[in-house]
Design a protein around this ligand. Structure first.
Ligand code: FES
Length: 116
């Protein structure tokens, strides 16, 4: 399933997607240069979405993923919580596939939590 093109995801940005048309973004993608990381949009603390508004997944410095509910911070690369109430827990990864033309696709995305 196609999410977007690399050109639509600027370096240092994050963007949420709703591939199953559930009415809310069930996953998000963070771009750091050529590297893309995708995570299920559910905080390991309470399972709630992380962003307080559309695509607001990163802190001001753009170097950590932040949960708006209680301020947990996560390493962009590993998804590991480095600060906050779920310290040591991690976001659930989503596997992507980037086509040669720059289109970003979901590799697989069958996690039941994403359908709720
Ligand atoms: S729900 Fe994310 S820190 Fe509490």
């Amino acid at each position: 399933m196609r999410l977007c093109h690399l050109d639509e995801l600027p370096d240092g940005s994050a963007r949420g997607f709703d591939p199953h048309a559930s009415g809310r973004d069930s996953l998000f993608v963070v771009r750091c240069g050529p590297v893309l990381r995708a995570w299920v949009n559910a905080c390991p603390h309470h399972g709630t979405p992380l962003a307080w508004r559309k695509d607001a997944y990163l802190n001001a410095a753009g170097d950590r993923i932040v949960c708006a509910a209680h301020g947990a911070q996560f390493d962009i690369d590993s998804g590991l919580c480095t600060l906050g109430p779920c310290l040591g827990d991690a976001l659930k990864p989503v596997e992507l596939h980037v086509h040669r033309d720059g289109d970003i696709h979901l590799f697989t995305f069958e996690n039941d939590e994403t359908h709720s």
